[in-house]
Design a protein around this ligand. Structure first.
Ligand SMILES: [Zn+2]
Length: 412
């Protein structure tokens, strides 16, 4: 039977799994997997449920836990389940077990940890981020097992902890302790970001630079500005002076959306509590997403120089400190096998033109790329991750499972 015939059988089979998919989402949503950094119990219960299910399907499941005294059992789970293929090279799907806290629960229309089904929508914390990745990969594997197919490549599901709070107890741990698991010959898919129409394949990320800018002047009564040095007015001029950054770092790279580097003033700390006081200290932050072509130290130099020039006019002292500095990892090449395989699958399943692109956000794929492993981030999103009333669509779960199955069954 040809690869195409096999795919057609699996695609039909996946259509039978609707109730199963709802049941899995219900089980996953009900197991609160908020990480201890956010005051939650961790991923233990959710991982135990999944490990038991995968073993009941006859799969070999290994756990590579990271020690963490803050959670029951003292460990954060990292599961790897394998379906042996004809060849040892693997197709990885890496999803994460942890979820972010519900936030203000009054903004939810129902309990965040109880699945609510409304038409095509499945509501609950984690349904999109990242149960969508977990469930679609489970579906594709189950269909292949149910039909007794031996896939060309070995299928590997990684279910990791700690994606939402830094990855130290998740993928970073796995790559450090078990580097032999991954090979440059593997295809690595990370279903954890994407677009509404399922065409975005994320292959590159900009460098991230977060800066804290502190202005120090002199506080005084608002009726006597001549006695003080107003740091809020100076801040306004510094912010305007920093618009020059977009002109100095103006390169466009069509791989990225948006195609340019961005320099946005964002958070502003509170200064004086009352209206009739001129502030003598102001702090604000700059979020810079910089194309890989530029060196972050050069950006920092220019922020300081442009900012100080403006601050000096108000006799205000400016200091600039980095809060986060993440130079971008090398991009996954557009002709990498994982990109090509996803493109063919998206075209076949959705009939739409795939768009391999770079983004400004940071994802866990960066840690693969830093190791020279070509990872692609892809799924069809509802863009409700981290929000109240998070949901995913049943129809997208089915479609994305078909895309993964298509990749799983590719011969080369
Ligand atoms: Zn996520």
């Amino acid at each position: 039977m040809t690869g195409k015939d096999l795919y057609q059988r699996v695609a039909v089979r996946l259509g039978d799994y609707q109730q199963q998919v709802i049941d899995w989402q219900r089980e996953l949503v009900s197991r609160n997997a908020v990480g201890p950094d956010h005051g939650g119990p961790g991923e233990g219960e959710k991982a135990a449920f999944l490990a038991e299910m995968l073993r009941s399907w006859g799969l070999k499941v290994e756990n590579y836990p990271a020690p963490d005294a803050r959670v029951a059992g003292g460990q954060r789970p990292n599961l790897v389940a394998l379906v042996p293929g004809r060849r040892p090279e693997k197709v990885w799907v890496l999803s994460h077990l942890d979820v972010v806290p519900p936030g203000d629960e009054t903004l939810w229309d129902s309990d965040p940890f109880t699945l609510r089904v409304e038409g095509d929508r499945l509501y609950g914390r984690g349904t999109e981020d990242d149960h969508h990745g977990i469930v679609t990969s489970l579906m594709a594997v189950k269909a292949i097992l149910d039909l007794g197919i031996t896939p060309p490549r070995t299928l590997a599901l990684a279910l990791v902890s700690d994606e939402e709070t830094g990855n130290e107890k998740g993928l970073i741990h796995l790559l450090r302790e078990q580097p032999q698991l991954f090979s440059p010959a593997d295809l690595i898919i990370v279903p954890d970001a994407g677009s509404l129409d399922g065409t975005l394949i994320e292959v590159a990320e900009k460098s991230i630079l977060w800066l804290r800018l502190t202005l120090e002047g002199k506080q005084c009564h608002a009726s006597r500005p001549d006695l003080g040095r107003n740091t809020l007015r100076a801040s306004a001029h510094v912010i305007l002076a920093l618009e020059e950054l977009a002109r100095e770092f103006s390169l466009e790279d069509p791989l990225f959306r948006p195609p340019v580097s961005t320099f946005e003033p964002t958070k502003k700390e509170a200064n004086v509590p009352n209206i009739n006081t001129i502030p003598g200290r102001d702090v604000f932050y700059l979020d810079c997403r910089v194309l890989p072509e530029y060196d972050l130290s050069r950006v920092k130099e220019r922020v300081l120089a442009l900012g100080q020039e403006a601050a000096r006019r108000f006799e205000v002292k400016l200091t600039v400190e980095p809060v986060q500095e993440l130079p971008s990892a090398p991009a996954t090449p557009l002709d990498a096998p994982v990109v090509k395989a996803l493109e063919r699958a998206i075209q076949e399943v959705y009939g739409r033109d795939p768009q391999p692109r770079g983004i400004g956000g940071g994802t866990v794929a960066a840690f693969f790329r830093q190791q020279g492993l070509h990872a692609a981030v892809w799924m069809t999103v509802s863009q409700t991750a981290h929000q109240p009333n998070e949901f995913t669509l049943l129809s997208n779960l089915l479609g994305d499972a078909r895309v993964l199955a298509h990749v799983f069954l590719e011969k080369d």
